[in-house]
Design a protein around this ligand. Sequence first.
Ligand code: TUI
Length: 310
Amino acid sequence: MKTRITELLGIEHPLIQGGMAWVAEACLAAAVSEAGGFGIIGAGGAPAQFVEEQIRKCRAMTDRPFGVNIMLMNPEADEIAQVVVREGVKAVTTGAGNPGKYMAAWKEAGVKVIPVVASVAMARMMERAGADAVVAEGMESGGHIGSTTTMALVPQVADAVHIPVIAAGGIADGRGVAAAFMLGAEAVQMGTRFVVAQESIAHDAYKKKIIGARDIDSEVTGMSHGHPVRQLRNPMTREYLKKEKAGASFEELEQLTLGALRKAVMEGDTVNGTLMAGQIAGLVSREQTCKEMIEEIMGQAAGLLGNRAM
Ligand code: TUI
């Protein structure tokens, strides 16, 4: 399927992988790119040197283009912004902030810039700043979220900007892709389904929680201090939400989540870990290779869309 995004990124399918901290490392990104999507290394909270190593590892695993997601609250975001330039990465996506200060350097180096936005205002600002595309991410997504749903956000962003829009949040099969295209998107970003990919290094216990999840099994923590995070309900979220309701301070709440994503992804700690996942986890029913997933999803989408998006 050809869209402005497949042209921009030099990929076969208009499908990019979310920049999930800890999960989105070189092996997953390479597998997605090898399957014709756009794989992404998620810098999360990692040091710049680790990101550089992951880029080199990914390049050794695939000749196809891939990108890096920079979580802008990372204390080493400035250094990582330089690493992607030095390494000649095809594209960056950014999350949890405004990447404006890096834009000039990235554009000059020919790095395509795709900020993740959760509002129309932010999408407009990013277009004015020179972004090549935006990911419009609805609050169905896992991890740090805004407050608007994908269904409402994507068409409003598509009307507000001229650059291509990538829809994210609540998409895990070909129906979601087709729906996103109907809303004006020219590609989709998927996270939750790729957590359970065979090539994903996420711990088996975390994968099993996603596969076993129902539609209603995610919770949003951190709403009270302005940093809402969607994750699967577990003893940690129960404790967190109880404390949050009782008016606990940011510092007290932070104690519960420090290092908790690593615990979930690397150690399979489903009790104390942060099991980030989107609302669509209920639809994710089995582990497959990235190639199997992408072929299945794009086949379903093509069947639904017919010639419309070709
Ligand atoms: O960034 C994400 N998702 C994330 S980041 C993350 S890191 C983390 N967070 C908590 C605990 C452990 C690790 C996990 N998930 N998605 C993209 C996204 N960006 N969603 C919302 C935004 C966003 C929000 C506000 C973008 C810009 C913005 O305002 C920018 C500004 O400063 O005006």
